[in-house]
Ligand binder design. Sequence first.
Ligand code: AMP
Length: 249
Amino acid sequence: MKVLVPVKRVVDYNVKVRVKSDGSGVDIANVKMSMNPFDEIAIEEAVRLKEAGKVTEVVAVSCGVSQCQETLRTGMAIGADRGILVETGVELEPLGVAKLLKALADKEQPQLIILGKQAIDDDSNQTGQMLAALLGWPQATFASKVVLEDGKAVVTREVDGGLETLSLTLPAIVTTDLRLNEPRYVTLPNIMKAKKKPLDTVKPEDLGVDVAPRLKTLKVAEPAKRSAGIKVPDVATLVAKLRTEAKVI
Ligand code: AMP
């Protein structure tokens, strides 16, 4: 059984992003880029399923600029068997990515696609859902446990105030939540091994997909800066300030 894992190259989660001065987006020049953390969890889960003998092949897919190859190599160092880069300089939107993944799924015929629940750069939380709709496959989002048995995926989901368990007929889409697993550290020998694993490159045109943007970003703004606090001498002053200045009581 083959599992496809889409992995996105995003600004590293430790980087404090800066908004461009013209408000057109976020400055990513000379910024550290890494694999989207939820996608690391997705690769780890697929690799664990392979180690448990439930899966035979794990294929990592990334859509974007040629540097996404590094993201794919990281995926292969965690344990993916091969990588596919869908190379394009176009800034991709979730619908474009979902269409590319649909075309690849038609070609590769995986039984399971595990995506991250969201990319930490655009916070869209859309790609997995759109892909499920395009393929007509069942989906379980925000997974905290995945069990494969008898042609089904039994997925425990984190929902408001509790857990929900669903049984999906394969092929199916799963998106990962934070508590699904803790990805392993990538070791140097595995990084070296990953360099020798196959990595194919295709273009959106090869897949017959139009990825032209459908959305226009009007404005990106920093959150309002927090102003410095003050010390008050006593409770009476605090209450007075809360009433007359902050106007919260
Ligand atoms: P989003 O809908 O943008 O929040 O992304 C959700 C998930 O879709 C990510 O965690 C990835 O698994 C996948 N994904 C989104 N964009 C890409 C991309 N450019 N290449 C590969 N996978 C992607």
